[in-house]
Write a protein that binds this ligand. Structure first.
Ligand SMILES: C[S@@+](CC[C@H](N)C(=O)[O-])C[C@H]1O[C@@H](n2cnc3c(N)ncnc32)[C@H](O)[C@@H]1O
Length: 285
């Protein structure tokens, strides 16, 4: 078995075992909910009023359900059958099955089951792109996500930050600090080689994600740090949100500051909102 298949199996096993955890992740506490709040803010701002949306790497379907409730038609794709099983149940329970056109098992590297320019918007949220360890695979995924988007359609891509990961290493994994330079310089993590506690992943720098998509024909709209100024302050954030007035003020601050370049890179996750160019550009890669 090659390195690529090995990584894919690791990723599949991890997300099969953590499907239930993944469903709860964004609603677990006020700190985790910020990622959902900020992402949803940008979806509301840049999605077209209606249309067909691809939720690629959509997992158990948090965003699929949210957008289906708002009237969008959704196609959900994920690598892991267990995630899709859970998503089917959650979609049924939420009463939005009518809005979900298709639920498809597959990888963002190969979207050949969809024709060119099928979708009015494309989501790839919560880091699916991080689980492709070769640059060629990430380039293929960026090409595919753009290929299936209509011209001018927005794409919403969120990933795990490389700088944010280094702060996580300091605060939660100080016993793995010997791998810090590898994380910084290479940006790849393979469990067993660079520590334990997560599945195989690539950590992104904002400029790296931007270049990946611009080289395939996207135009950047904005970046946003998803945990923003709360990043790595889980306890303090959860304490603040016990008082609803304080929580409201802080949410407003997070939304105002999340696009600041100093905030984007140090956030645990950041979001790139871009648009498929309306005119053909030469493929630079
Ligand atoms: C952290 S979850 C995020 C789920 C959802 N998008 C969200 O933000 O709530 C990452 C998801 O990416 C999926 N994934 C990982 N690699 C993938 C790939 N190559 N193609 C499609 N999905 C993938 C996993 O199965 C998992 O459901």
């Amino acid at each position: 078995m090659g390195e690529k298949d090995n990584v894919e199996n690791m990723v599949k096993n991890w997300f099969t075992e953590t499907a239930q955890v993944e469903w709860r992740r964004l609603g677990r506490d006020p700190y985790h909910n910020i990622e959902f709040t900020v992402t949803t803010h940008f979806l509301e701002r840049f999605l077209p009023k209606r249309g067909l949306v691809l939720d690629a790497g959509g997992g158990p379907g948090r965003y699929t359900i949210e957008l289906a409730k708002k009237g969008y038609r959704i196609t959900l794709l994920d690598l892991v059958p267990e995630m899709l099983k859970l998503a089917r149940r959650r979609i049924r329970r939420a009463g939005v099955s009518r809005k979900v056109d298709k639920i498809v098992q597959g990888s963002i590297e190969d979207l050949s089951c969809f024709s060119d320019e099928t979708f009015d918007a494309v989501l790839c949220l919560g880091g699916p792109l991080c689980h492709l360890l070769n640059i060629e695979q990430r380039e293929e995924a960026a090409s595919e996500l753009l290929r299936v988007a209509k011209k001018g359609a927005p794409l919403f891509i969120s990933v795990i930050s490389r700088l944010g990961l280094l702060i996580t290493l300091l605060t939660q994994f100080p016993h793995e600090i010997q791998y810090a330079m590898h994380h910084w310089e290479v940006g790849d993590y393979v469990p067993g080689k660079q520590g334990e506690g997560f599945t195989a992943a690539h950590w992104f720098l904002p400029e790296e994600l931007q270049t990946l998509f611009e080289n395939k024909g996207a135009e950047k709209i904005t970046f946003a740090g998803l945990e923003g100024l709360s990043s790595h302050h889980r306890k303090e954030t959860n304490r603040l949100y016990k008082d609803s007035e304080s929580g409201k003020i802080w949410t407003e601050i997070l939304l105002r500051t999340c696009t600041h370049p100093s905030v984007v890179g140090i956030s645990e996750h950041f979001l790139l909102v871009c648009r498929k160019a309306t005119r053909e550009r030469p493929n630079l890669c």
